[in-house]
Design a protein around this ligand. Structure first.
Ligand code: NAD
Length: 275
């Protein structure tokens, strides 16, 4: 059947990432899952990664594949382990023959005063929230360079731009990933590859849900007070951002329209970092 150029244009407007292969770390939950869904909706093959039981992850895989009609793979790689990360990238490229869009999203949080911050929590946060992105980027670059196309999107945080007390490791890792973003952007600027960071304020996900309870205990106040006076205290629009908003921005940054945007750290924080 012949299709007209108009039909072709309409199809590529709906599925702008058709033919692309995306890998999203930490995509079994929260923001990563929202981003994986948005990339699949835009037509990309998606490789999921993250913690969870085999049956939970298989359920997510089938759900996304069925809903959006794209190929969906999975990797159980632990982002604290460079060898597992290397295997994840090699398997993605081996099974799907390309890697176009890399979203470094896996992350954890821990809240404690600096002089009582557990050393093992510092090490875990630095390795999952920062070093894993160094490994995925260094390992994905050869394939992106070969294709003269790549989109690297690092999910940093408003805490990559400003600090809050009790979050030493998280703030250090998120400031670090913005630095890594700029270096990757500069080193790839002439090769059809872009690297950007997205800096969300508070987004309602399981990570935030866990913080509501721990902050309520730390401050001795109710959940509602934590949401209004602690979490959203700095967020002028007084609402959580949604995973769908972050998914849509990721799809845009992955698109041809964003070819000249590289090395930036884009706040999605309701005005927080405008203070
Ligand atoms: P989440 O807890 O819902 O999801 C985290 C994901 O990372 C999960 O899929 C989990 O399985 C995965 N993960 C954790 N440890 C891992 C490991 N060792 N190996 C592989 N995967 C691992 O959290 P979220 O709120 O969706 O956060 C996602 C990212 O967004 C994080 O980098 C976080 O710092 C960032 N962020 C979140 C918010 C927010 O308000 N939720 C704000 C700014 C930035």
């Amino acid at each position: 059947m012949n299709i007209t150029w108009k039909e072709q244009a309409a199809a590529s407007a709906v599925r702008p990432l058709s033919g692309k292969v995306s890998l999203v770390t930490g995509s079994t939950s929260g923001i990563g899952l929202g981003i994986a869904r948005a990339l699949a909706q835009a037509g990309s093959t998606v490789v999921l990664n993250g913690l969870g039981t085999a049956s939970e992850i298989e359920g997510i895989r089938q759900q996304i594949s069925g809903e959006f009609g794209v190929e969906v793979g999975t990797s159980a790689a632990d982002m604290t382990k460079p060898e597992a990360i290397a295997e994840m990238i090699a398997t993605t490229v081996g099974e799907h023959r390309r890697l176009d869009i890399l979203v470094n999203n896996a992350g954890i949080q821990y809240v404690a005063p600096l002089d009582r911050f557990p050393v093992e929590k510092w090490d875990a946060i630095l390795s999952i929230n920062l070093s894993s992105a160094f490994h995925t980027i260094r390992l994905a670059l050869p394939m992106m360079r070969q294709n003269k196309f790549g989109r690297i999107i690092n999910i940093a945080s408003a805490h990559g731009l400003v600090a809050s007390p009790f979050k030493a490791a998280y703030v250090a890792a998120k400031h670090g990933i913005i630095g890594l973003t700029k270096v990757a952007a500069l080193e790839t600027a002439q090769e059809g590859i872009t690297c950007n960071a997205i800096c969300p304020g508070y987004v309602y996900t399981p990570l935030v849900e866990a913080q509501i309870d721990s902050q309520a205990k730390a401050h001795g106040v109710s959940r509602e007070e934590v949401i209004r006076d602690v979490l959203l205290a700095q967020q002028p629009n007084k609402r959580f951002a949604s995973v769908e908003e972050l998914g849509a921005l990721t799809v845009f940054l992955a698109s041809d329209a964003a070819a000249s945007i590289t090395g930036v750290a884009l706040p999605v924080d309701g005005g927080w970092t405008a203070h």
